[in-house]
Design a protein around this ligand. Structure first.
Ligand SMILES: C[S@@+](CC[C@H](N)C(=O)[O-])C[C@H]1O[C@@H](n2cnc3c(N)ncnc32)[C@H](O)[C@@H]1O
Length: 181
């Protein structure tokens, strides 16, 4: 849904796109494959994830994507984008889902974000405006019960056209906003 929404937001003409917390590179590499004219930067704080995403990038011959090690925007000083997309950690540290089902096999660094699950979303939303061109979009995945809080954070940070979209399960699972022109 994040990828489909990103493809709808921007035309297929040249654009700069940033994927924060890329993991295996699934989002960044899908976008690079679908939109050869876009220049995609993918970052992750975990070195093993950076190496895996880079291996996948090479295996798929996607020369319009690059993969970097960065703690959110730390390695991106002065860089601005037309679209920033992220599926960051957003689970609260005491959430019972962490010890159940398939989630228990995932590293905590990919999932957990403080007492309410919003620590990383807060940081990304706060820092994103400095890295967006005027009119640029921030597109975020979050938990099924976090849409209202994420919309509030986006509005407080000055984003316009703030709204959420509903996934196939009927949950508001992504939210987005536009940096004012
Ligand atoms: C929920 S996973 C998403 C992975 C991938 N984007 C996807 O959708 O399949 C969150 C990712 O964010 C990364 N991450 C966590 N904290 C980070 C930080 N401070 N800076 C950059 N990446 C971070 C994790 O290593 C993990 O790969």
């Amino acid at each position: 849904m994040l990828v489909e929404t990103a493809l709808q937001l921007l035309p297929a003409t040249p654009a700069k796109v940033l994927d924060l917390g890329t993991g295996s590179g699934a989002i960044a590499l899908a976008l690079a494959s679908e939109r050869p004219a876009w220049q995609i930067t993918a970052v992750d704080r975990v070195l093993e994830a950076v190496a895996l995403a880079e291996r996948n990038r090479q295996r798929l011959h996607l020369n319009n994507a690059s993969v970097l090690n960065s703690h959110w925007f730390s390695a991106l000083q002065g860089q601005v984008y037309d679209l920033i997309i992220s599926n960051p950690p957003y689970i609260a540290d005491n959430d019972p889902h962490l010890v159940a089902g398939d989630v228990r096999f995932e590293p905590a660094s990919a999932l957990v974000a403080g007492h309410d699950g919003l620590d990383d979303l807060r940081q990304i939303i706060k820092e994103a405006p400095a890295h967006l061109n005027a009119g640029g979009r921030l597109l975020l995945e979050h938990g099924y019960d976090q849409a209202g809080a994420v919309r509030d954070l986006l509005s407080s940070a000055g984003f316009e056209d703030v709204h959420s979209r509903i996934d196939l399960g009927g949950h508001e699972r992504i939210s987005l906003g536009r940096r004012p022109c």
